[in-house]
Design a protein around this ligand. Structure first.
Ligand code: NAD
Length: 357
């Protein structure tokens, strides 16, 4: 089976961090005969500069024809004055909706070597390994009606609509249960079913789909409690599945538990497991071009790609293990540096992963 990967470096630190992920993938590709092939294209601000649009048709076609997309990051101050419709971020939203990437996976893993980067007590967070599955293409971010209107009284009113169809809930439920099966088989569905009917339906459908996965233990939690539990006792969770809005907020809380934005990967999947893989951080314009960005979130995104799109669990595990081994040798990029460690550049961190492999 061909394994075609569209590589979109994007803007800011994007090209620097993607280069390191490619170094790692290229090594494993020949070492394990994975059969991966790569093709690059422009997206975001770089694409706007070259073609006047953040998502050129050629880039979109490449993504559609590929089996997976590896992305750096997009955006930067240079493009902030542009109209919203042609901003770099539109390039990402365009790919997500055109490829129907409805299932957003955001792991929050705390490496024991970095336990002091967290603002929480070591005993609360050490060993943390949570996966948040966020519905990405529905809910209140897309629901109609929306907008700001002038009511009959003459007063302005703002409106957004949280809407989910049963089929939308079913497909994210299946996605989350399957991920739980690949992990510790515990799934917590987060809703606000006591107040919002839309999430009452969410809860009912989750329970229904759960009958097809008897090996996964399903629980339900209200979102306000989930936010509290995430900072109180985050290790109680294995996989969390939730709506677009709740997932947006909870995944940022979970990310901050680990204290290091440069370490966290993400995946956005379609119904067949095709996906776009990217670090959760942005293009970091403040450090772009300096060779000091942390490439590990992007390298770990590549590992997720091997696991979730290509079912190459062993290769994925080798990357994750290599990150662990490299951290054991005390190499740190500036964002995760602490006294007594060896400060390394972006490419030196990539080399440390290669050495560990
Ligand atoms: P950011 O994530 O780019 O940066 C926040 C802070 O974290 C900065 O101080 C940055 O230097 C640091 N940081 C981020 N990634 C790092 C890494 N790998 N190594 C070391 N330090 C790192 O967020 P921001 O500053 O709010 O946004 C900058 C630009 O990125 C904006 O244009 C924004 O729209 C865009 N953005 C893009 C994405 C994406 O492409 N998915 C996501 C978020 C923001």
């Amino acid at each position: 089976m061909p394994k075609k990967i569209a590589v979109l470096s994007g803007d800011g630190i994007g090209p620097e961090i993607v280069a390191e992920a490619l170094k790692v993938l290229n090594f494993l590709n020949s070492d394990m005969s994975l059969g991966l092939s790569f093709e690059t294209a422009l997206v975001g601000g770089a694409a706007y500069d070259a073609f006047g649009t953040p998502l050129p048709q050629t880039t979109l076609n490449l993504c559609k024809n590929a089996d997976a997309v590896l992305l750096g990051a997009v955006g930067g101050p240079k493009w902030e004055p542009l109209a919203h419709a042609i901003r770099p971020e539109r390039g990402l939203l365009g790919i997500r909706s055109e490829l129907n990437l409805f299932s957003n996976l955001r792991p929050a893993i705390l490496y024991p070597q970095l336990v002091h980067a967290s603002t929480l007590k070591p005993e609360v967070v050490s060993g943390l390994d949570i996966m948040i599955v966020r519905e990405l293409t529905g809910g209140i971010y897309f629901g109609q009606p929306r907008g700001i209107h002038v009511a009959e009284s003459g007063e302005k009113v703002g409106i957004n609509t949280k809407i989910y169809s049963e089929s939308e809930i079913r497909r994210i439920a299946h996605s989350a249960f399957k991920i739980a099966q690949k992990r510790h088989k515990k799934l917590c569905s987060v809703d606000k079913a006591n107040v919002l009917e839309v999430t009452e339906l969410w809860r009912n459908v989750m329970t229904d789909v759960g009958r097809e996965y008897p090996d996964v233990q399903l629980s339900h939690m209200y979102v306000d409690n989930a936010a509290m539990q995430l900072v109180r006792a985050p290790k109680q969770f294995d996989v969390i599945v939730t709506t677009n809005l709740f997932g947006d907020i909870l995944s940022d809380i979970a990310a901050m538990l680990t204290g290091s934005i440069g370490m966290l990967p993400s995946a956005s999947l379609d119904v067949n497991g095709k996906g776009m893989y990217e670090p959760i951080h942005g293009s970091a314009p403040d450090i772009a071009g300096q060779g000091i960005a942390n490439p590990l979130a992007t390298i770990l995104s590549a590992a997720m790609m091997l696991r979730y799109t290509f079912n190459l669990a062993e290769a994925a595990q080798r990357i994750e293990q290599a990150v662990d081994t490299a951290l054991d040798t005390h190499v740190r990029t500036a964002d995760i540096y602490s006294e007594g460690m060896t400060k390394v550049s972006t490419s030196e961190m990539g080399d440390a992963i290669l050495n560990a492999l």
